[in-house]
Ligand binder design. Structure first.
Ligand SMILES: [Fe+2]
Ligand SMILES: [Fe+2]
Length: 199
Protein backbone atom coordinates (compact mmCIF):
# COMPACT_ATOMS: atom_id res chain seq x y z
CA UNK A 1 0.00 0.00 0.00
CA UNK A 2 2.73 2.40 1.07
CA UNK A 3 4.68 1.52 -2.06
CA UNK A 4 1.67 2.28 -4.26
CA UNK A 5 1.11 5.64 -2.51
CA UNK A 6 4.74 6.51 -3.05
CA UNK A 7 4.44 5.47 -6.67
CA UNK A 8 1.30 7.57 -7.15
CA UNK A 9 2.91 10.54 -5.46
CA UNK A 10 5.96 10.24 -7.72
CA UNK A 11 3.72 9.91 -10.74
CA UNK A 12 1.86 13.01 -9.56
CA UNK A 13 5.08 15.00 -9.25
CA UNK A 14 6.25 13.79 -12.61
CA UNK A 15 2.88 14.55 -14.19
CA UNK A 16 2.96 18.08 -12.78
CA UNK A 17 6.45 18.50 -14.18
CA UNK A 18 5.32 17.21 -17.57
CA UNK A 19 1.83 18.74 -17.32
CA UNK A 20 0.34 15.29 -17.91
CA UNK A 21 -2.56 13.77 -15.95
CA UNK A 22 -1.54 11.62 -12.96
CA UNK A 23 -2.79 8.09 -12.34
CA UNK A 24 -6.16 8.12 -10.62
CA UNK A 25 -6.34 6.89 -7.03
CA UNK A 26 -7.56 3.29 -6.74
CA UNK A 27 -10.63 4.17 -4.64
CA UNK A 28 -11.67 6.87 -7.10
CA UNK A 29 -11.22 4.40 -9.97
CA UNK A 30 -13.46 1.87 -8.21
CA UNK A 31 -16.11 4.47 -7.39
CA UNK A 32 -16.25 5.76 -10.98
CA UNK A 33 -16.43 2.24 -12.39
CA UNK A 34 -19.55 1.62 -10.26
CA UNK A 35 -21.23 4.97 -10.97
CA UNK A 36 -20.76 4.76 -14.74
CA UNK A 37 -21.33 1.04 -15.12
CA UNK A 38 -24.06 1.56 -17.75
CA UNK A 39 -21.34 2.70 -20.16
CA UNK A 40 -19.93 -0.84 -20.27
CA UNK A 41 -16.33 -0.96 -21.48
CA UNK A 42 -16.16 2.81 -22.06
CA UNK A 43 -14.59 4.61 -19.06
CA UNK A 44 -13.38 8.19 -18.49
CA UNK A 45 -9.90 7.21 -19.61
CA UNK A 46 -11.27 6.37 -23.06
CA UNK A 47 -9.58 8.95 -25.25
CA UNK A 48 -11.94 9.14 -28.23
CA UNK A 49 -15.61 9.88 -28.87
CA UNK A 50 -17.21 6.40 -28.89
CA UNK A 51 -19.89 7.53 -31.35
CA UNK A 52 -17.29 8.68 -33.84
CA UNK A 53 -15.33 5.44 -33.45
CA UNK A 54 -18.51 3.35 -33.86
CA UNK A 55 -19.38 5.24 -37.07
CA UNK A 56 -15.88 4.61 -38.36
CA UNK A 57 -16.09 0.92 -37.43
CA UNK A 58 -19.51 0.63 -39.08
CA UNK A 59 -18.01 1.88 -42.34
CA UNK A 60 -15.28 -0.73 -41.98
CA UNK A 61 -17.92 -3.36 -41.18
CA UNK A 62 -19.82 -2.48 -44.37
CA UNK A 63 -16.57 -2.71 -46.34
CA UNK A 64 -15.79 -6.18 -44.93
CA UNK A 65 -19.31 -7.47 -45.61
CA UNK A 66 -19.27 -6.15 -49.17
CA UNK A 67 -15.78 -7.57 -49.79
CA UNK A 68 -16.87 -10.96 -48.48
CA UNK A 69 -19.83 -10.94 -50.89
CA UNK A 70 -17.64 -9.90 -53.83
CA UNK A 71 -15.12 -12.68 -53.09
CA UNK A 72 -17.98 -15.19 -52.83
CA UNK A 73 -19.32 -14.10 -56.21
CA UNK A 74 -15.84 -14.41 -57.70
CA UNK A 75 -15.37 -17.83 -56.11
CA UNK A 76 -18.51 -19.22 -57.74
CA UNK A 77 -17.98 -17.51 -61.10
CA UNK A 78 -14.28 -18.27 -61.60
CA UNK A 79 -13.87 -20.68 -64.52
CA UNK A 80 -11.10 -21.82 -66.81
CA UNK A 81 -7.90 -23.81 -66.60
CA UNK A 82 -6.20 -21.31 -64.30
CA UNK A 83 -9.16 -21.02 -61.94
CA UNK A 84 -8.59 -23.74 -59.31
CA UNK A 85 -5.85 -22.00 -57.29
CA UNK A 86 -7.63 -18.69 -57.74
CA UNK A 87 -10.95 -20.09 -56.50
CA UNK A 88 -9.30 -21.39 -53.32
CA UNK A 89 -7.84 -17.97 -52.66
CA UNK A 90 -11.17 -16.21 -53.29
CA UNK A 91 -12.94 -18.53 -50.85
CA UNK A 92 -10.31 -18.10 -48.15
CA UNK A 93 -10.49 -14.32 -48.46
CA UNK A 94 -14.31 -14.36 -48.34
CA UNK A 95 -14.12 -16.24 -45.02
CA UNK A 96 -11.47 -13.92 -43.61
CA UNK A 97 -13.46 -10.79 -44.54
CA UNK A 98 -16.43 -12.28 -42.65
CA UNK A 99 -14.20 -12.87 -39.62
CA UNK A 100 -13.06 -9.25 -39.79
CA UNK A 101 -16.70 -8.13 -39.94
CA UNK A 102 -17.46 -10.17 -36.81
CA UNK A 103 -14.55 -8.67 -34.88
CA UNK A 104 -15.56 -5.13 -35.86
CA UNK A 105 -19.20 -5.78 -34.88
CA UNK A 106 -18.08 -7.12 -31.51
CA UNK A 107 -16.00 -4.00 -30.84
CA UNK A 108 -18.89 -1.68 -31.86
CA UNK A 109 -21.08 -3.36 -29.22
CA UNK A 110 -18.31 -3.06 -26.59
CA UNK A 111 -18.24 0.68 -27.30
CA UNK A 112 -21.98 1.00 -26.76
CA UNK A 113 -22.93 1.18 -30.45
CA UNK A 114 -24.94 -1.02 -32.81
CA UNK A 115 -23.37 -2.89 -35.73
CA UNK A 116 -25.20 -2.12 -38.98
CA UNK A 117 -25.90 -5.31 -40.93
CA UNK A 118 -28.77 -3.78 -42.92
CA UNK A 119 -28.23 -4.90 -46.55
CA UNK A 120 -29.75 -1.63 -47.79
CA UNK A 121 -26.92 0.34 -46.16
CA UNK A 122 -23.90 -1.81 -46.96
CA UNK A 123 -22.96 -0.56 -50.44
CA UNK A 124 -23.48 3.08 -49.43
CA UNK A 125 -21.34 2.78 -46.32
CA UNK A 126 -18.57 0.61 -47.76
CA UNK A 127 -15.27 2.16 -48.77
CA UNK A 128 -14.66 -0.49 -51.42
CA UNK A 129 -16.91 -1.22 -54.43
CA UNK A 130 -18.75 -4.33 -55.53
CA UNK A 131 -17.47 -5.05 -59.05
CA UNK A 132 -18.39 -8.42 -60.54
CA UNK A 133 -15.76 -8.53 -63.29
CA UNK A 134 -16.25 -10.49 -66.52
CA UNK A 135 -13.01 -12.48 -66.59
CA UNK A 136 -10.71 -14.08 -64.03
CA UNK A 137 -8.18 -11.31 -64.60
CA UNK A 138 -10.81 -8.60 -64.05
CA UNK A 139 -12.04 -10.29 -60.87
CA UNK A 140 -8.54 -10.47 -59.39
CA UNK A 141 -7.81 -6.90 -60.50
CA UNK A 142 -10.98 -5.60 -58.82
CA UNK A 143 -10.17 -7.52 -55.63
CA UNK A 144 -6.70 -5.97 -55.62
CA UNK A 145 -8.22 -2.49 -56.01
CA UNK A 146 -10.64 -3.17 -53.13
CA UNK A 147 -7.83 -4.45 -50.90
CA UNK A 148 -5.85 -1.29 -51.63
CA UNK A 149 -8.87 0.81 -50.65
CA UNK A 150 -9.19 -1.17 -47.39
CA UNK A 151 -5.46 -0.79 -46.65
CA UNK A 152 -5.68 2.97 -47.16
CA UNK A 153 -8.76 3.39 -44.96
CA UNK A 154 -7.45 1.16 -42.14
CA UNK A 155 -4.14 3.06 -42.19
CA UNK A 156 -6.02 6.35 -41.78
CA UNK A 157 -8.06 4.83 -38.93
CA UNK A 158 -4.84 3.87 -37.15
CA UNK A 159 -3.68 7.50 -37.37
CA UNK A 160 -6.96 8.59 -35.79
CA UNK A 161 -7.01 5.92 -33.06
CA UNK A 162 -3.36 6.26 -32.08
CA UNK A 163 -3.10 6.97 -28.32
CA UNK A 164 -6.90 7.38 -28.08
CA UNK A 165 -8.18 3.81 -28.12
CA UNK A 166 -5.48 1.12 -27.86
CA UNK A 167 -7.91 -1.82 -28.08
CA UNK A 168 -9.54 -0.69 -31.33
CA UNK A 169 -6.09 0.30 -32.56
CA UNK A 170 -4.79 -3.26 -32.05
CA UNK A 171 -7.89 -4.73 -33.68
CA UNK A 172 -7.53 -2.52 -36.76
CA UNK A 173 -3.79 -3.14 -36.96
CA UNK A 174 -4.39 -6.91 -37.01
CA UNK A 175 -7.00 -6.60 -39.75
CA UNK A 176 -4.74 -4.28 -41.75
CA UNK A 177 -1.95 -6.90 -41.70
CA UNK A 178 -4.33 -9.45 -43.25
CA UNK A 179 -5.50 -6.97 -45.91
CA UNK A 180 -1.88 -6.44 -46.90
CA UNK A 181 -1.47 -10.20 -47.30
CA UNK A 182 -4.67 -10.28 -49.38
CA UNK A 183 -3.32 -7.58 -51.69
CA UNK A 184 -0.05 -9.50 -52.11
CA UNK A 185 -2.02 -12.67 -52.88
CA UNK A 186 -3.91 -10.86 -55.64
CA UNK A 187 -0.69 -9.48 -57.12
CA UNK A 188 0.78 -13.03 -57.21
CA UNK A 189 -2.37 -14.42 -58.82
CA UNK A 190 -2.36 -11.70 -61.50
CA UNK A 191 1.29 -12.42 -62.26
CA UNK A 192 0.60 -16.16 -62.45
CA UNK A 193 -2.26 -15.90 -64.95
CA UNK A 194 -1.65 -17.06 -68.52
CA UNK A 195 -1.33 -13.98 -70.74
CA UNK A 196 -4.40 -14.92 -72.78
CA UNK A 197 -6.80 -15.30 -69.82
CA UNK A 198 -9.92 -13.29 -70.30
CA UNK A 199 -8.47 -10.94 -72.92
FE1 LIG B 1 -10.98 -7.73 -44.29
FE1 LIG C 1 -9.10 -8.35 -47.62
Amino acid sequence: MARRLLYLSRMDDQAKANEQPALTDKNELRARARQEVSQGAVTRSYGADPEVVCEMLNEALATELLCSLRYKRHYFMATGLASEAVKAEFLEHAKQETEHADRLAERIVQLGGEPDFNPANIAGRSHAEYVEGSSLREMIYEDLVAERVAIQSYTEMLDFLHEKDPVTYDLVRGILATEQEHAEDMVSLLQGLPAADGH
